[in-house]
Design a protein around this ligand. Structure first.
Ligand SMILES: Nc1ncnc2c1ncn2[C@@H]1O[C@H](COP(=O)(O)OP(=O)(O)OP(=O)(O)O)[C@@H](O)[C@H]1O
Ligand SMILES: [Mg+2]
Length: 226
């Protein structure tokens, strides 16, 4: 397994009660798969993605990526793994308001020996998400959907092997959504592994070999396509 969660547990404590956000989840993904995670609000989808991406510590269980246990690594190693391997598309807009569009896209590249090439690739990604010419704008000058598209471009800048996407097309119109899904398909065909949280089952219709999971009260189970 390329990504493997074993007996994964995450609880939150609030006002004396314990809430189990991710409830003993066993879950495996092969390299190059397109995985779709559905489920009601509050069922634990974002928590699961942030555990897999090493952004949140579990209360139990393990996540291994390419046979390396997230939490057997030092914080530094984990940060490098996140930075080099994973592209995150967060549920809520996450651009830095004081940086331009281009600077935001380049942000995950903390160290680079090819600034010119990186800039070129950033502009290419910007074009692919339909925002050519907007590289010098600040996020505040863009609509919500345009900001989201910048965040999508940013998630690809470090040529990640894995994309963790949390409602990536939530605030996009249908045409733009289709364009983004076509971009996902292209990267997926090149071997990038996708884990996509969505409320929209149709999102995966056009992907090559999607697998569907349903999250309910912290439990995850595989479901048939539609
Ligand atoms: N930092 C936190 N502190 C306390 N409780 C939290 C925290 N983050 C999430 N929760 C709780 O954990 C549960 C799962 O939350 P999560 O954000 O993973 O759900 P979700 O499936 O992503 O929902 P949505 O579809 O609304 O985004 C919810 O009941 C939520 O209230
Ligand atoms: Mg969520």
């Amino acid at each position: 397994m390329y990504i493997e969660c074993k007996d994964l547990l995450k609880t939150y404590r609030s006002e004396g009660t314990i809430l189990t956000a991710v409830d003993h989840v066993d879950f495996g993904v092969e390299r190059g798969e397109f995985v779709v995670i559905l489920g009601h609000s509050g069922s634990g989808k974002t928590t699961l993605l942030s555990l897999i991406g090493g952004l949140t510590n579990p209360d139990g269980g393990t996540v291994c990526i390419d046979n390396i246990d997230n939490w057997q690594q030092t914080d530094g190693e984990l940060a490098v793994m996140r930075n080099k391997r994973i592209g995150f598309i967060f549920q809520f807009a996450s651009l830095i308001p004081t940086l331009t569009v281009l600077e935001n896209i380049l942000l995950p590249l903390s160290f680079t020996n090819d600034p010119q090439g990186d800039r070129q690739y950033a502009l290419e990604l910007l074009e692919r998400v339909g925002l050519s010419g907007r590289q010098d704008d600040l996020p505040g000058q863009l609509s919500g959907g345009q900001q989201r598209r910048v965040a999508i471009a940013r998630s690809f800048i470090n040529r990640p092997a894995i994309i963790l996407a949390d409602e990536p097309t939530g605030d996009l119109d249908e045409v733009t959504e289709q364009e983004i899904l076509a971009i996902f398909k292209k990267f997926n065909q090149r071997g990038v592994t996708f884990l996509v949280v969505t409320h929209n089952k149709d999102l995966a219709l056009d992907q090559d070999k999607p697998r569907f999971f349903d999250m309910q009260n912290g439990s995850l189970r595989e479901t048939s396509a539609l």
